[in-house]
Design a protein around this ligand. Structure first.
Ligand SMILES: [Fe+2]
Length: 210
């Protein structure tokens, strides 16, 4: 959904949402790797975790408050479709306590982060795949172009401040072909900003380094 803040035309919302989903999983994998190496509480790992939480919550806030309500209205009273959306919302609600649990264990001196991170990883993957195979195709099928444009505008208002972080974060560590596909789909001025300012700034933060 941060995607809509980037621009809605050259790049489909699906593309951007899926890219964000992969980046969420990548971040939790990085956390798991740091934990396995005994570095789960290192400063840059914690910074990566804080960044993950911020983007994850913004992403789901947009979906829950902006995207799914529009899809719910568009499907009218159709029960099967409403059940798909209800399930995605319920799965999303189950993730927040798992995130809070990782936070809580991180604060405990010597607390074992492995089970909390593993549980979050498993639930996150189930949720994201479910969203990608059920709720997002449903949204694509019922929302008209005009609805997507309105969504994009609302997302832009809500997420503009995060775009300089979102773009370098989403392409961090992805395969060169995917990176190039994502970046070339951006409007040229944003691509230039990313190259000259956003990505250098992102790299300096050294998120997840141990
Ligand atoms: Fe999502």
């Amino acid at each position: 959904m941060e995607a809509f803040a980037i621009q809605p035309r050259e790049m489909t919302c699906h593309t951007i949402l899926r890219a964000a989903h992969e980046a969420f999983l990548r971040d939790v994998d990085r956390l798991a790797a740091a934990v396995a190496a005994g570095k789960g509480r290192a400063a840059h790992v914690r910074a990566g975790w804080e960044n993950f939480k911020d983007l994850f919550r913004a992403h789901h806030d947009l979906e829950d408050r902006v995207l799914w309500p529009r899809v719910e209205r568009a499907v009218g009273g159709r029960r099967v479709e409403l059940a798909v959306l209800a399930e995605v919302r319920a799965e999303h609600a189950r993730l927040e306590p798992l995130i809070v649990r990782v936070d809580a264990v991180m604060e405990q001196d010597g607390g074992d982060l492995r089970p909390a991170v593993a549980e979050l990883r498993a639930a996150l993957e189930v949720y994201l795949r479910h969203e990608e195979t059920g709720a997002l195709p449903l949204a694509e099928s019922v929302l008209a172009d005009e609805e997507w444009r309105a969504l994009a505008e609302e997302a832009r208002r809500r997420c503009e401040a995060r775009t300089p972080m979102f773009v370098p974060w989403v392409v961090d560590g992805i395969a060169p072909i995917e990176r190039s596909r994502f970046l070339t789909a951006l409007p040229a001025p944003l691509r230039d900003l990313n190259r000259v300012m956003w990505e250098p700034h992102y790299r300096k933060r050294r998120l997840w380094s141990v």
